[in-house]
Structures are given as structure tokens and as C-alpha cells.
Design a protein around this ligand. Sequence first.
Ligand code: FES
Length: 175
Amino acid sequence: MNVHSQLIHSLEARYYTDPAHFEREKDGLLARTWQFAGHASLLQKPGDYFTIDIAGESIVCLKDREGVLRAYFNVCQHRAHQLVQGEGNTKLLVCPYHSWTYELTGGLRSGPNVKSVPGFDRNQICLSTVQIEDFCGFLFVNLDPNAKPMDAWFPNVREELRSFVPHIDRLQPLE
Ligand code: FES
């Protein structure tokens, strides 16, 4: 027997295609670990955003006006319509259903007739946040609000990558 054949371990093919397995991973692995969302070059300017689906959830990643990276569940707090699609640049997040409008920092800015609703306090309403990190130019999100930072998950990896590629944070995809 070839000695190397004893050292090869790989998942059976069904783990990549079995819908039941995917359903289990949506609540486990995918919902609690850092997942690659996109390259940081997608969010260069304030207002840049892109969306991504992870574990069956639509997430919007953006750079706010102060240059802070943010990620939210891409769901309006009014009637749960999807807020934005694809990628682009925007000053505000406007829900296409009834025009509730959110700041890039997640807070509700305005909505038709909200002032006429007794007791309505727009300051109490904001988009649900998702953790986001820039890891050497690669953006990762974690749906678990209690997840530890990536440096705790992968100690010294950031430094190790930079030792191999000192300008890794400034690299951009060409094509
Ligand atoms: S669902 Fe978004 S404004 Fe109504």
C-alpha cells in the first residue's frame, strides 16, 4: 500500500451536496464562524456597499460616512422587506417597500407618517448589526454577536500574512 494513501483524509462528497447537511451547517458552522464576505476594495469610499448571502441570510456590508466598516442583516425593521441588492454607493439605505430610510450607521432616519404614530420613537429602531472585520484586506462577517474577534480565533495569523506579503492590506483584485 502506498504510505501516502493512509495520510489522505477528505470529506465524503455528500457533505458538499447534501441539503440536510447544509441545513445543519446554517445553524452551526455558518452561523457562528467568521465567513469571507468580500474584498475590502469593494468598500473604498464612504457609502460603498455590497450584499452577500450567508447561511440563508442576506447581509449588507458598507462603509459609513466616517469610514467605519459596518454590516447589517439586509432586512427592514418595518415589515422585513429586503433593503438593498447587489452593490453600489449610497448616502442612505432606503427600503423599497414603504420608504423607511436608515442612516449608514443603522439608525432609522425617517419614514412616511411615522410622526403621526402615537408613541413612535424612531431612536429606538435600528438595523440589526452583524460583526465585520477587515483581515489584511479581506472582509469577514460573523452572524454570532458574541463571536470573539478574528485575532482571537487566529492568533498571529495577521502578522504572519504581513510578513509574507508586507503590502497585503493594499492589494486589490485586478480581474
Ligand atoms: S418593509 Fe421597509 S418600509 Fe415597510
